[in-house]
Design a protein around this ligand. Structure first.
Ligand SMILES: [Zn+2]
Length: 109
């Protein structure tokens, strides 16, 4: 259920309310249960860790494959950067939601 809620970008407490108001902006609180989505100033700094981890999961398999195929380090790096640039809007959304679910699990409110 939690994983499905993360994939569907839903509230970490009720698993029903939509977190995003539009593609880039979040609701201030859950439209279903009223949970405040930004607990404190700078709350989403922790989402950077999830963004980093998800980015590695996305770029590493292709980079390893290209390395094994004999591509140069420069082209592997350029392709990894291009991959991350393409998926950055998705990374932005999912890293925030994953961080919110992690934080809610560690410190339920
Ligand atoms: Zn909720």
């Amino acid at each position: 259920m939690k994983l499905l809620a993360i994939l569907r970008l839903r509230c970490p407490r009720c698993l029903k309310g939509s977190i995003f108001r539009s593609f880039w902006s979040l609701h201030k609180e859950c439209p279903e249960c009223g949970l405040s989505f930004e607990r404190e100033p700078g709350f989403f700094t922790g989402a950077m860790y999830f963004s980093y981890g998800i980015g590695i999961l996305i770029a590493a398999p292709v980079s390893i494959y290209l390395f094994l195929q004999g591509f140069s380090e420069t082209s592997i790096f350029a392709i990894a950067i291009a991959q991350l640039a393409i998926v950055s809007p998705i990374l932005f959304r999912y890293s925030r939601v994953a961080w919110m679910h992690f934080d809610q699990r560690m410190d339920p409110r």
